[in-house]
Design a protein around this ligand. Structure first.
Ligand SMILES: [Cu+2]
Length: 135
């Protein structure tokens, strides 16, 4: 085998190992999210059911943003409004330029909708998903 071909095999093997390690859907109890106007980055999270979850939320936008986890089976309709307040599982709000570290207890396993409850932001596309898996 030529030296260059051997190196190519090594590089391919290493990149496969790295890809396996960075798979994003392993459940984690430590979450980070950055808010911009008007996105959650990242916008999909996987956490273990029933565990205490630490969330670091940084608002890099110019306006206040919220991280609202809807109750299991509840989703926001056309826009986030007063009728959705009763369907909130947990929420925080973060002022622009601010970063907060908070904790909450993960709910039972299932798919949950994450939205920003600031007026107009849901419609602007500030939506995400939370996957809770049995630990
Ligand atoms: Cu927002």
């Amino acid at each position: 085998m030529k030296k260059s071909a051997f190196l190519l095999v090594i590089v391919l093997a290493l990149s496969l190992i790295l890809a396996a390690c960075s798979a994003g859907d392993a459940p984690s109890a430590d979450l980070k999210v950055e808010f911009t106007d008007f996105t959650f980055n990242p916008n999909a999270f996987t956490i273990p059911a029933g565990r205490e979850i630490t969330l670091v939320a940084a608002n890099a936008g110019a306006v206040m943003h919220e991280f609202v986890i809807m109750k299991l089976g509840a989703t926001v309709g056309d826009d986030f409004g007063d009728e959705d307040e009763g369907n909130i599982y947990w929420e925080i709000e973060v002022e622009p330029g601010e970063s907060k570290t908070v904790t909450f207890t993960a709910p039972e396993a299932g798919e949950y909708q994450i939205v920003c409850g600031t007026k107009g932001h849901f419609v602007a596309g500030m939506v995400g998903s939370l996957t809770v898996v049995a630990p």
